[in-house]
Design a protein around this ligand. Structure first.
Ligand SMILES: Nc1nc2c(ncn2[C@@H]2O[C@H](COP(=O)(O)OP(=O)(O)OP(=O)(O)O)[C@@H](O)[C@H]2O)c(=O)[nH]1
Length: 336
């Protein structure tokens, strides 16, 4: 008897033909073994007890099962049902071995999922041909499934990588806020949306006060850390999908929002300004105070078709200029 072993070798990627015969008659077992003996690529396992068939099939991993119908302690049709309900065995081809050509039994066997029906004992050539045919169909199916699985997995990874890449192209490397490129896309979309919905749209331009002095006193790297902290505070105010916080330029940030009446842009701007001050990041060389502060210029409008969002940003810039001139660490909001 050939050694029982795994029918499928995941390592080599090759599939061996593994025939499992379930039949209580040792004489049949011996006859089938002999019929297959001179086929080196066909491995054979004989199970003479129907009660053990499912358990043994789990271990042996047959690529085809030869199933006797009448056994003392198990019914072949019942076993067929069990194979078909079993997660690991439900696709394994089953050739029913019957002692007679009986249409009713044949019909029931096929309706339960048998793949073939042979009357015992078929001649050697027919047995080998059918075993090869069913085994090959089964292993081809497994290989196709594996290829599809691998393909789906690599497609999933590709989508993830593309998304990550896309995110990277949208993000400012230092602060993690959106970059200018993404801001332009976003604000354009939001502008059109606000036109359609006749909704208020606001932009806040936020600039760190006396930042040059900070860099001069503490160095550029320490300045970068300040920008990251300020950016994190700003980001905290942009949780809704309709809001966006972006790095507009060096130490300048821009927030785009569709404010609702309950939380006006001015209120958000004032809270943000106050949070930066309360963060208490020391800035001893600032003429505004002894901590990092920001000035915020805001502009808002209900956009109209004939207007352009660039004018809104321009207005916010004007407001920022006023905030700086009025002494910094303050909010100036203008309606466009
Ligand atoms: N550390 C750091 N500094 C930056 C970065 N981008 C711009 N800056 C600095 O930000 C400073 C901005 O200086 P100014 O435009 O003169 O304004 P300010 O000193 O903040 O003064 P006011 O805006 O008038 O309050 C410059 O010194 C820039 O070098 C950056 O990415 N990192």
């Amino acid at each position: 008897m050939n050694e029982p072993g795994p029918a499928m070798s995941a390592l080599s990627g090759e599939y061996r033909t593994m025939v499992m015969l379930v039949d209580d008659q040792a004489m049949i077992g011996e006859a089938v073994r002999r019929a297959l003996a001179d086929q080196p690529e066909i491995h054979f396992h004989y199970c003479d007890n129907g009660a053990d068939a499912v358990r043994i099939a789990e271990q042996v991993k047959p690529t085809v099962i030869l199933q006797d119908l009448v056994m003392p302690n198990a019914s072949g049709l019942d076993l067929l049902r069990q194979y078909r309900a079993h997660t690991a065995l439900h696709d394994v081809p089953v050739i029913v071995l019957s002692s007679e050509e009986e249409p009713a039994i044949k019909s029931e066997a096929f309706s339960l999922g048998a793949n073939d029906y042979l009357v015992k004992l078929p001649d050697q050539i027919e047995l080998i041909a059918r075993v090869r045919y069913h085994s090959k169909a089964y292993t081809n199916q497994i290989q196709r499934d594996e290829v599809f699985r691998a393909l789906r997995e690599s497609q999933r990874q590709l989508v993830e990588k593309n998304l990550a890449l896309e995110r990277l192209t949208h993000v400012d490397g230092l602060t993690g806020l959106s970059n200018r490129r993404y801001l332009d896309q976003f604000i354009d979309n939001q502008w059109r949306y606000a036109i359609r919905k006749a909704q208020w749209m606001a932009v806040l331009m936020i600039d760190v006060d006396k930042f040059k002095r900070y860099n001069d006193s503490h160095g550029h790297l320490a300045g970068d850390e300040v920008l990251k902290k300020v950016a994190a505070i700003i980001q905290g105010y942009c949780r809704r999908p309709t809001d966006l916080a972006a790095r507009f330029g060096g130490e300048e940030f821009l927030v785009v929002m569709l404010p609702d009446p309950a939380e006006s842009a001015e209120l958000v701007a004032e809270r943000l300004r106050s949070d930066v001050e309360k963060a208490g990041i020391p800035h001893t060389s600032s003429s505004v105070g002894d901590v990092i502060t920001v000035s915020i210029g805001g502009a808002q409008c209900v956009p109209k078709r004939e207007e352009n969002y660039v004018d809104l940003i321009q207005k916010a810039d004007e407001a920022l200029y006023q905030a700086k001139h009025q002494g910094r660490n303050r909010v100036v909001l203008l309606d466009k």
